[in-house]
Ligand binder design. Sequence first.
Ligand code: NDP
Length: 294
Amino acid sequence: MQLISGTQVAEKVLAECKSDIAQLASLGLKPGLAVVLIGDDPASRAYVRSKDKKCRDLGLHSVKHELPASTTQQELLALVGQLNLDPTIHGILVQSPPPKHINEAAIVQAIDPAKDVDGFHPINVAKLALEDPTGFVPCTPLGCQRLLLEAGIETSGAHAVVVGRSMIVGKPMALLLMAKGKGGDATVTVTHSRTRDLASITRTADILIAAIGRPDFIRAEHVKEGAVVIDVGINRVDDLIAEKGYRLVGDVAFNEVAPKCAAITPVPGGVGPMTIAMLMANTLKACKQLNASR
Ligand code: NDP
């Protein structure tokens, strides 16, 4: 069984970013990312801090806007408008989920698609469906595809089953896997909470992507012998022995599934580190494309 280390592949992606950043610096360019957080959700705050730190470590220009939960839709739209016009900012990310009074779809649509490094803007969703390489692909599925490529997993002709149909993971993952070319050309089945007899479908998967949000949901009975399993899930479960009182587990019951697999990602240390690495890569892409269009 091959353990696919997201930590190692993410390091490789970040090393590529570093060399790109040096090249851009020689042209007088410094990629910039603005991350906007509304409210004080501890998990979101932790994500935003780690994104900011990763940017700084790499030598990117990083701007963090931490706004109170009382921020209005108009105030947020005004900030997004400013960031769209700011020439030092190439990527804009509004941390999800915002407080309930904020219309998230309207905020996403207000972001300049050329700076939408999360890949959530309708223009970028369309570009992914159209296989237009100038678009931005959501970081998590993009990271999963890179893991498959780096691990030497052949996707062409394989039956890939995606469990989950969210706009952040499941749907773009399916589009990437069915796209023509390297890391694609798979026969894709998308499943979700209404799928009948899920295990009978997942057991036909050569490549199984779990993006459900339920701890240890995928069991040995869901997986065929020799399958490749990518576990996107990040779930907190209570653990009295752990220092923080909880530990992180995936959507896959690793201990019982791993022995059946040709390859599998762990949690933590699998897809998680790839998401942030691909965010950095998307920011560099935005910087290069914006510069080329000026
Ligand atoms: P969502 O809650 O948006 O989507 C979950 C999907 O799973 C839905 O499509 C849902 O179906 C489906 N689902 C739920 N229950 C079942 C079931 N019993 N059988 C089959 N399908 C089911 O979650 P996300 O896509 O945002 O995230 C999924 C997981 O990935 C979470 O654990 C999240 O924390 C993690 N994640 C990890 C990231 C990383 O960096 N590694 C980044 C983003 C997410 P339906 O549509 O019918 O409701």
